[in-house]
Design a protein around this ligand. Structure first.
Ligand SMILES: Cc1cc2nc3c(=O)[nH]c(=O)nc-3n(C[C@H](O)[C@H](O)[C@H](O)COP(=O)(O)O)c2cc1C
Length: 358
């Protein structure tokens, strides 16, 4: 099992209700917050209070900071470690303008000397309490592979783990993650860290089979799954089963998937205003639906929910459960093999310019 300092991770990015749901589904070692602005942390604005919200079941938890001012980052790092972070991650991959225009996120790939200085400062500030890690993209511009040399320098100043997303910043989320690029970073990390610093591969792991492919092709020590988990928080559980046994015999049944979605909604309702819980489940239900088999009545009922229906979610789900019946509830509605076919068809039709995104 991959280990960063004392922490065993399988990482994702997400809010507290989602993290609690994925943890309940199983096999989540370390989950991450979304990226956090140090100003927001220090001012304790409402949005940051929500993004840093955690609870005793949400453990271990990585908090991820973005920014390039060493003093601010150090102060925010201390706050994070005092408030539940068991790992502190520096974002060096976000390509979003709001982040890069402050010379943070993926822009840090373009200023290696300063980036290394920020990393050194965080290691000096909190490195004796938690592992300090970094998440990079392959490079900033297209066809650029600057991550291996930056990763080496980060390890020299005490960064305890590198996560590498196999795209450049210029690619944003387009194209496919480049496994050869990830392999080059893995090699650099293993060499610079004398085999003691792990490297996590990230990008386009949508099924447990993709995870196997990533591990085999790149030699990485662990996998970070992001988008693939948003519609299937049980992907960590199923991937762990596949990687350890070569089989997926216990993927959740339709009944178990519906119960997890109900749990997710209950956490949202418990932790947020009803309006937000309803809006969020309406955003999520189409993605969830891709793992539920035929479920048009459920999707329609959830999409029609308004704030006044906030207390009716269980009733909506149970009405659907009764419609499909016990036999369907006891089955796995969409296997990972079937999901892989859906995704491949989505990629093909997008390449041909037809049909919706899978
Ligand atoms: C909506 C969205 C939000 C994201 N937020 C973060 C973030 O806060 N921090 C981060 O390191 N990466 C973030 N990412 C990038 C993912 O962590 C991941 O690197 C990327 O999506 C590729 O992995 P995937 O193919 O498994 O999704 C985000 C991606 C998306 C699509």
């Amino acid at each position: 099992m991959l280990q960063i300092g004392p922490v065993k991770p399988v990482a994702g990015h997400c809010d507290l209700p989602f993290r609690l749901t994925a943890r309940a589904a199983g096999s989540v070692g370390l989950a991450f917050t979304d990226l956090l602005c140090p100003h927001g942390i220090l001012k304790q604005n409402i949005q940051t209070q929500w993004l840093t919200a955690t609870d005793p079941l949400d453990h271990p938890l990585g908090m991820q900071l973005y920014g390039n001012d060493p003093d601010l980052m150090a102060a925010a790092a201390l706050w994070s470690v005092d408030h539940g972070a068991t790992t502190l991650d520096i974002n060096m991959g976000c390509p979003v303008d709001k982040v890069t225009k402050t010379f943070a996120g993926s822009m840090m790939l373009c200023t290696p000397d300063h980036t290394v200085a920020v990393a050194r400062r965080l290691v000096q500030t909190v490195g004796d309490r938690v592992p300090v890690t970094a998440k990079l993209r392959l490079g900033y511009h297209d066809c650029e592979l600057t991550a291996p040399s930056l990763a080496r320098r980060l390890i020299d100043v005490g960064i305890a783990c590198i996560t590498i997303h196999g795209r450049t910043a210029a690619m944003r989320f387009k194209g496919r993650a480049c496994l050869d690029g990830i392999a080059a970073v893995v090699e650099a990390v293993h060499e610079a860290g004398g085999g003691k610093v792990p490297c996590i591969g990230n990008g386009d792991v949508q099924t447990p089979f993709d995870a196997r492919r990533m591990l085999d092709h790149t030699g990485c020590d662990g996998i970070m799954i992001a988008r693939g988990a948003l519609s299937a928080p049980w992907i960590f559980r199923d991937t762990h089963e596949f990687l350890t046994t070569g089989r997926i015999d216990h993927s959740p049944t339709l009944r178990q998937r519906l119960d997890l979605i109900k749990l997710h909604y209950h956490h949202m309702l418990r932790l947020r205003e009803p309006r937000r819980a309803v809006n969020r489940i309406r955003q999520l239900i189409t993605g969830y639906g891709t793992h539920l088999g035929p479920c048009k009545p459920l999707k329609q009922a959830v999409l029609a929910m308004t704030e006044t229906d906030a207390g009716r979610f269980d009733e909506i789900v149970e009405t659907f459960a009764q419609q499909v019946g016990d036999e369907a509830l006891a089955r796995v509605p969409v296997t990972w093999e079937q999901r892989a076919v859906q995704l491949a068809e989505g990629i093909k039709s997008r390449a041909e310019g037809i049909g919706p995104r899978a």
